[in-house]
Design a protein around this ligand. Structure first.
Ligand SMILES: C[C@@](CO)(OP(=O)(O)O)[C@H](O)COP(=O)(O)OP(=O)(O)OC[C@H]1O[C@@H](n2ccc(N)nc2=O)[C@H](O)[C@@H]1O
Ligand SMILES: Nc1ncnc2c1ncn2[C@@H]1O[C@H](COP(=O)(O)OP(=O)(O)O)[C@@H](O)[C@H]1O
Length: 295
């Protein structure tokens, strides 16, 4: 494989965003146990920071977060190993991760770190792989990784690998309410009873095809809430609290337990943050949807 490398000492600094699922319908279960989705995913302005330094040999990783492995099981490490193997180079990389995205929280932090490494190494080596090839590598690491490689609001289908860019999404401001501990995505899917899910599937094709403004508030729904709320009833109370403090819509993200509230202005979001911070044990983050504004 032909590729162009840069000087080894160069430091590559990247921001890896979290995501939320504005809707998430589970439409079926595959024979291998994975679930088919129809989900609108959007990056949000809460970031991990990764610093990469390409080196002569070997992969090393530092991350001081107690819930995150610093060895070859870290998704960022696995992404680097996968990329360098495919490139057939013996060069290695040192990765350091400053973790801000809550872990096992339904915000996709590990997948985002992995995608950030794949994208950054591909740029560093002069783009030897197409985005389709990068997404294939990403999918071998996790179902959400292709979305983060794309890095834009998108409808995800299949297990998450079939992506359609969603243009007409309004910019909303967010409060993210994170629980003090996480849930296992695998457990949530395992405990899902498809007979109990009753989200009305959003008909987004018209808006998607026409690039029209997309009224997401009509479609907020997450089939995985049926599982995670059973275990953490506080999720429901947190959604209600957000709605009582000016949110125009509130939902659990992904497999949870993080809940997000959507606000029309930064001011309304900030006053809700202020009022809720005195009364909740959840950790609150102010953020906004990462959408491309027109014009
Ligand atoms: C639920 C979602 C919604 O965006 O996100 P999170 O809440 O994890 O952030 C995703 O579907 C999670 O994607 P991701 O976290 O990448 O999943 P993976 O690591 O590939 O899989 C973890 C486990 O979840 C189950 N899994 C995952 C994806 C999928 N479409 N169906 C599944 O059944 C499988 O049992 C798998 O072993
Ligand atoms: N770089 C990473 N960042 C976060 N979690 C990681 C990372 N590498 C491995 N993991 C593991 O992946 C699991 C899921 O983490 P995360 O991606 O934050 O959750 P979620 O899928 O709910 O959004 C955790 O058990 C965590 O220890």
């Amino acid at each position: 494989m032909k590729f162009r490398s840069q000087p080894l000492a160069e430091e590559i600094r990247i921001l890896a965003p979290a995501k939320i699922n504005l809707f998430l319908h589970v439409t079926g279960r595959r024979p291998d146990g994975y679930h088919e989705l129809y989900s609108l995913m959007c990056p949000v302005t809460l970031f991990d920071t990764l610093v990469l330094r390409v080196q002569k040999r070997g992969i090393q990783l530092t991350c001081h977060h107690p819930g995150i492995p610093s060895d070859e099981t870290n998704l960022a490490w696995r992404a680097a190993a996968c990329f360098l193997d495919n490139l057939k180079t013996r060069e290695g990389v040192h990765i350091s991760i400053e973790k801000r995205i809550p872990v096992a929280a339904g915000l996709g932090g590990g997948s985002s770190d992995a995608a950030a490494v794949l994208n950054a190494l591909n740029r560093h080596y002069g783009r030897p792989f197409s985005s389709g090839e990068l997404m294939e590598m990403g999918l071998s690491l996790g179902a959400d990784v292709p979305f983060f490689i794309l890095g834009r609001p998108a409808i995800a289908e299949g297990v998450g690998e079939r992506l359609t860019i969603c243009e007409g999404l309004r910019r909303f401001f967010l409060v993210l309410a994170a629980f003090p501990f996480g849930v296992s995505t695998a457990d949530v899917y395992k405990n899902l009873n498809l007979g109990l899910t009753n989200c009305k599937k959003a008909n987004t094709s018209f808006a998607l095809e026409n690039g029209q403004d997309f009224d997401i508030l009509r479609y907020l729904c997450n089939d995985l809430e049926t599982v995670t709320i059973r275990r953490f009833p506080e999720i429901e109370a947190t959604k209600t609290a957000l709605m009582n403090h000016g949110s125009v819509g509130a939902l659990m993200s992904g497999s949870g337990p993080t809940v997000f509230g959507l606000f029309e202005t930064a001011g309304k979001r900030d006053s809700a943050m202020h009022l809720l911070s005195t009364s909740t044990k959840w950790t609150l983050y102010a953020a906004e949807l990462l959408v491309q504004t027109k014009g």
